[in-house]
Ligand binder design. Structure first.
Ligand code: G16
Length: 545
C-alpha cells in the first residue's frame, strides 16, 4: 500500500468555534481544505497512532465523501483500528459512548449540528478526546496553529471502503470495522433507565409520545429505542429517515423549526402526552407536554430536583453545572439539595473536567442541551428518556411536573433573542462597547432595576485551573433579573448576537404571564445598553426562543 504525501498550503480560516470547525459545504469542497484540517488533527492527536479511532457523522451532504478521505488519512497515520458507523452514520452521543466503551484514543465527528445541510448548507468536523468529550480549547488552539503551517498531508492510496453493511476490512496494519451505529447506544440507555416501567405504559398506549427526528441522525436511534424496545406506536416518530439535506428543513429542535411536532402537540386533549425533537447530530432536544413547552433551563432544574427518583440516579447527584447563559433555575435546586452548581462558558467541552473529576452528575445548557456523566456529550435521546421515566414514576403530566416545580422553587422567565447576519466588525464593536459600559454599571438603576453585578465573564476551571476570558457580558440586577450578551460561536456567515433575558418570580400567582411580556423591562434595557438601533439599525431580533 502506497502512502502519498500531497503538497498543500494553509487556509487562514481553520479556527474551530464553539464546537469544531463549521463552514459551508462549498468551503470544505475546496481542494485540500478537509485534508489540511484532518492532517492538523493527526499532527496534534499523536495518540491515535497504534490506537482506535471512532468515526461517523450525522449523514448530512458530504458526510460519506469526507469519511472516505478521513479513513484513508487514518490508515496513512497508523491508526490500528477504526470503527465507523454503517453508511457513515453515528450520532454525537453514540460516538462519545463508543470512545469510552472501547477505550479508543479519540473520535472524529462530521456534523454542523443544527445548521442546515445540503450542497448549499453547512458541514463541520470535530475531534473528541479519549474521555469521549469534545477536545479542550488547548487542543483546538494547537490544531488551528498547526493548520497555519501545513505544507503537506499524508493519505493512503486505497479504494473506497464499502460502508453499506457491517463488516471488517484489514488494510495494511489497520482494521476498519463497519458497525451498527445504534445498538451499543441503545444498550446503554437500557442500563440507565427503567425500560420495563416505560414499556408498560407506552406499549398499551396509556402514554403517547411523538418524537420528531427532523430527518436527521436520531431517526434510527428513536425507532430502535422508542418503537422496538419500548413498544411505542408506529406513528410515534415523525421525519425518521436521515436525509442529506434534512428534507430542506433546519434540524434545530425549537418551537420555530420543529413546526410539525409543535402543531401535533398543540391540538388539545388528543395531542400526545409528550413531544420531543432532536437536532442534526442528536445531542440537542426540545421537550413539550400537551400544549406546553418546557424551556431547556427549566428542564435542567426539574431533572436535578427529581433525579433521585430514577433508578439510574438514585444515589443522588454529586453536583450540577450550567453554562453562563442558561437560566439560574437550577441554582435554586442545587442550593436546596446542598450540592455545588458550577457556571461554565458556553460549550459542552467545559463540562468535561467537572464530569471526569466527579464533581457533577448532570449538566445542561439553554441551547437545548442536557446530559449526565454517562457520556461526555449532551444527549437528546437520553434527555427524552429521562423525562419519560420521570413521568412513569411520578404519574403526572409534563405540565403538572413543571408547575409543581415552579410552585416549589419559583419561576425563571427566560428567553433568548438572536440578531442574525450582523456584519462581523459591527458585532465586535458592539461587544467592545458593552465591555466598556459594564465596567461602570454596578449600582446604576435601569428601568427601576438596580445592577448588582456587571462584568465580562471569565472562567477558571476548578480542576486544571485554566482560565477562559471574554465569555459573555453579564448583568445581574438586585431582584435576580439578568441579561447576558455574547456572540455565537457556531455560525458560518457574519455574526449572530445572542441576548439572554431572565427574570425570577417567586410568587405563584404570577407564574402564568406571557414570557415576552414578563421580560419587557429586561428587553428594553438590553436594546438600550447594546445600542442596537444605532449600531446595527435593529431593535427587533430575528429569532426569539
Ligand atoms: C454547540 C455546543 C454547545 C453550545 C452551542 C452554543 O452546540 O456544543 O455546547 O451551547 O453550540 O452555540 P452558540 O455558540 O452558537 O451559541 P451544537 O449542538 O451546535 O454542537
Amino acid at each position: 500500500m502506497n502512502i502519498q504525501k500531497i503538497s498543500s498550503t494553509p487556509f487562514s480560516d481553520q479556527k474551530p468555534g464553539t464546537s469544531g470547525l463549521r463552514k459551508k459545504v462549498t468551503v470544505f469542497q475546496t481542494a485540500h481544505y478537509l485534508e489540511n484540517f484532518v492532517q492538523a488533527i493527526f499532527n496534534v492527536a499523536t495518540e491515535l497512532k497504534g490506537n482506535m479511532l471512532i468515526l461517523g457523522g450525522d449523514g448530512r451532504y458530504y458526510n460519506t465523501s469526507a469519511i472516505q478521505t478521513i479513513l484513508k488519512m487514518a490508515v496513512a497515520h497508523g491508526v490500528s483500528h477504526i470503527k465507523v458507523g454503517t453508511n457513515g452514520l453515528l450520532s454525537t452521543p453514540a460516538v462519545s459512548h463508543l470512545i469510552r466503551k472501547n477505550s479508543a484514543a479519540g473520535g472524529i465527528i462530521l456534523t454542523a449540528s443544527h445548521n442546515p445541510g445540503g450542497p448549499a448548507g453547512d458541514f463541520g468536523i470535530k475531534f473528541n478526546s479519549a474521555n469521549g468529550g469534545p477536545a479542550e480549547t488547548k487542543f483546538t488552539d494547537q490544531v488551528y496553529t498547526g493548520s497555519q503551517h501545513i505544507n503537506q498531508y499524508s493519505i493512503a492510496e486505497i479504494d473506497d471502503v464499502a460502508l453499506n453493511e457491517s463488516g471488517t476490512f484489514q488494510v495494511g496494519d489497520t482494521l476498519i470495522e463497519i458497525i451498527d451505529p445504534v445498538c451499543d447506544y441503545a444498550d446503554l440507555m437500557e442500563e440507565i433507565f427503567d425500560f420495563d416501567k416505560m414499556k408498560a405504559l407506552l406499549d398499551g398506549a396509556t402514554l403517547n409520545i411523538c418524537f420528531d427526528a427532523m430527518h436527521a441522525i436520531t431517526g434510527p436511534y428513536a425507532t430502535e429505542i422508542f418503537q422496538r424496545r419500548l413498544g411505542a406506536s408506529n406513528d410515534s416518530i415523525i421525519n425518521a429517515t436521515p436525509l442529506e439535506d434534512f428534507g430542506g428543513g433546519h434540524p434545530d429542535p425549537n418551537l420555530i423549526y420543529a413546526k410539525e411536532l409543535v402543531e401535533r402537540l398543540y391540538r388539545g386533549e388528543e395531542s400526545p402526552d409528550l413531544g420531543a425533537a432532536s437536532d442534526g447530530d442528536g445531542d440537542r432536544y426540545m421537550l413539550l407536554g400537551k400544549s406546553f413547552f418546557v424551556n431547556p433551563s427549566d428542564c435542567l432544574a426539574i431533572m436535578t430536583a427529581n433525579a433521585h427518583l430514577l433508578s439510574g440516579y438514585k444515589q443522588g447527584l454529586s453536583g450540577v453545572a450550567r453554562s453562563l447563559p442558561t437560566s439560574r433555575a437550577v441554582d435554586k435546586v442545587a442550593a436546596k439539595l446542598k450540592i455545588e452548581c458550577y457556571e461554565t462558558p458556553t460549550g459542552w467541552k467545559y463540562f468535561g473536567n467537572l464530569l471526569d473529576d466527579q464533581r457533577i452528575t448532570l449538566c445542561g445548557e439553554e441551547s437545548f442541551g442536557g446530559g449526565s456523566d454517562h457520556i461526555r456529550e449532551k444527549d437528546g435521546i437520553w434527555a427524552v428518556l429521562f423525562w419519560l421515566n420521570l413521568i412513569t414514576v411520578k404519574q403526572q403530566s409534563v405540565e403538572a411536573i413543571t408547575r409543581a416545580h415552579w410552585a416549589e422553587f419559583g419561576r425563571h422567565y427566560y428567553s433568548r433573542h438572536d440578531y442574525e447576519g450582523l456584519e462581523s466588525g459591527t458585532a465586535e464593536q458592539l461587544m467592545k462597547g458593552l465591555r466598556e459600559r459594564v465596567k461602570r454599571l454596578k449600582g446604576e438603576t435601569l428601568n427601576g432595576h438596580t445592577v448588582s453585578v456587571s462584568d465580562d465573564f471569565s472562567y477558571i476551571d476548578p480542576v486544571d485551573h485554566s482560565v477562559t476570558n471574554h465569555q459573555g457580558i453579564r448583568i445581574i440586577f438586585d431582584d435576580e433579573s439578568r441579561i447576558v450578551f455574547r456572540l455565537s460561536g457556531t455560525g458560518t456567515e457574519g455574526a449572530t448576537l445572542r441576548v439572554y433575558l431572565e427574570r425570577y418570580e417567586a410568587n405563584p400567582d404570577l407564574h402564568d404571564l406571557e414570557t415576552q411580556a414578563a421580560l419587557a423591562d429586561m428587553i428594553a434595557i438590553a436594546v438600550d445598553l447594546a445600542e442596537l438601533k444605532a449600531r446595527c439599525g435593529r431593535d427587533q431580533p430575528d429569532i426569539i426562543t
